[in-house]
Write a protein that binds this ligand. Structure first.
Ligand SMILES: Cc1cc2nc3c(=O)[nH]c(=O)nc-3n(C[C@H](O)[C@H](O)[C@H](O)COP(=O)(O)O)c2cc1C
Length: 182
C-alpha cells in the first residue's frame, strides 16, 4: 500500500504530525509525506488551460506531487485547523489539483483506486467542520472515496500526541485502508 500524506502544519513535531505518525505506524507499505509549508508550489491561477488540455501548465514543486498522487493507494489530507479551515499553504497546494478535476469533468477520466482520509488537529473546542468540509470537497473533486477522519480537538489543553482517542482514530483509519489493499 502506498500512502501520500499532504501535511499542512508549519510545526514539525506538532499535533498534526502526531496524528500522521500514528497513521503511518499502522499503515503498511510505503509512505511519502509532502509538507505544504516546505514546498515551492504556486496556487492555482484559474488560467483554465487544463480545460483545453490535460495537466497543469505551471511547472514547479507540484510536478512531484502529481507523480506521487498517481501512484498513491491512499491520499491523506492532514492539517491543523486554522480559522476553521485547512491551513493556507495546504489549501493553496490542494488548489493545484483542479487539473485532475478537469480531467474528470472535461475528458471523462475515470478515478483510480485511491482512497482518502483526513487527519485534523484543532486547538480549541470549536468545530473542525470547515476543515473537514474542505478536505472532503477535494476528495469529491478527485473522485476519491472518503474513508473517514481522525480529529484531535482541544490540543491547547491536550496535545494530539497524548490524545489516545484521536491517535486510535488515526490508527483505525490506516487499518481500514490496509484492508482495502491487502
Ligand atoms: C492562525 C491560527 C488559527 C487557528 N484557528 C483555529 C480554529 O479556528 N479552531 C481551532 O480549534 N484551533 C485553531 N488554531 C489552533 C491550531 O489548530 C492548533 O494549535 C493545532 O493543534 C496546531 O496543530 P500543529 O501543531 O500540527 O500545527 C489556530 C492556530 C493558528 C496559529
Amino acid at each position: 500500500m502506498r500512502t501520500l500524506l499532504l501535511n499542512g502544519s508549519p510545526r514539525p513535531g506538532g499535533d498534526t504530525d502526531a496524528l500522521c505518525a500514528a497513521f503511518v505506524r499502522a499503515a503498511k507499505g510505503l509512505t511519502y509525506t509532502v509538507r505544504a509549508y516546505d514546498e515551492d508550489v504556486a496556487p492555482c491561477l484559474d488560467c483554465r488551460a487544463c480545460r483545453r488540455q490535460s495537466g497543469c501548465r505551471v511547472h514547479d514543486g507540484m510536478d512531484k506531487v502529481y507523480g506521487l498522487l498517481s501512484q498513491a493507494d491512499v491520499l491523506v489530507i492532514a492539517s491543523p485547523v486554522f480559522f476553521c479551515q485547512l491551513s493556507g499553504p495546504l489549501l493553496s497546494l490542494l488548489s493545484r489539483l483542479q487539473c485532475r478535476y478537469m480531467d474528470r469533468a472535461y475528458r471523462g477520466a475515470q478515478p483510480g483506486k485511491t482512497v482518502g482520509a483526513a487527519l485534523l488537529a484543532a486547538g480549541g473546542a470549536g468545530s473542525p467542520e470547515g476543515a473537514l468540509l474542505g478536505a472532503r470537497a477535494v476528495f469529491a473533486a478527485l473522485g476519491v472515496p472518503f474513508l473517514g477522519a481522525a480529529v484531535a480537538r482541544g490540543t491547547d489543553r491536550l496535545p494530539a500526541a497524548r490524545d489516545e482517542e484521536a491517535l486510535s482514530q488515526a490508527r483505525e483509519l490506516a487499518l481500514r485502508a490496509r484492508e482495502r489493499f491487502s
